[in-house]
Design a protein around this ligand. Sequence first.
Ligand SMILES: [Zn+2]
Length: 221
Amino acid sequence: MSDHESRLEILRFGRMLHDRGLIAATDGNISVRLNEVSALITPTCMSKGMMCTEDLLVVDMHGRKVSGFRDVTSEIGMHMTIYRMRPDINAIVHAHPPTATGFAACGLALDQALISEVLLSLGEVPLAHYATPGTSELSAALEPYIPGHDAVLMANHGVVTYGCDLMQAYMNMETVEHFAKIALVVKQLGCERPLAAEQVSKLHEMRQRMQSHRSELRTRA
Ligand SMILES: [Zn+2]
């Protein structure tokens, strides 16, 4: 995908995040890895639903601005930490979806085995401890969860998701929020029946097979 196509993709998913209420005002940020040395990222202090291609910035893999007239998001460190730790990741979405962020503000991970297809497509969503936004402490809080998860709740803050491309990173965000809504209904009904350990391990095995099949297809392409 060219630089211009990646910019259009970021605009498209920024509008979707905004239109679906996963962010408000100037919340959130999106980035796409362009190549081994640079990434595209959304600017600070701007609605991610109302950007044009010129608003985006190119940064190097240390998060330093290479081009663009706006300022880089203060969450740049979180994005660069994920790219550094996960060479298979090419896009990152950070948002404040209301239900999932509510769980994060109550100190609750979304890691219960309630819905088979969530375990298949995303796996468990852990909760990273609180750290001030925009600091290296936030990246440090996420680090233990980055290798084994494609979505992490950040306590008293929001959610970060990532994937092999922006479509996958965005869909992971939708899945987290949808699952949070289901988990909330389960809590309200008060009679949850989580899957048994044996059922969960079968789903984990299927997920691993699906992941290795996908990475095989990507290697061939
Ligand atoms: Zn945030």
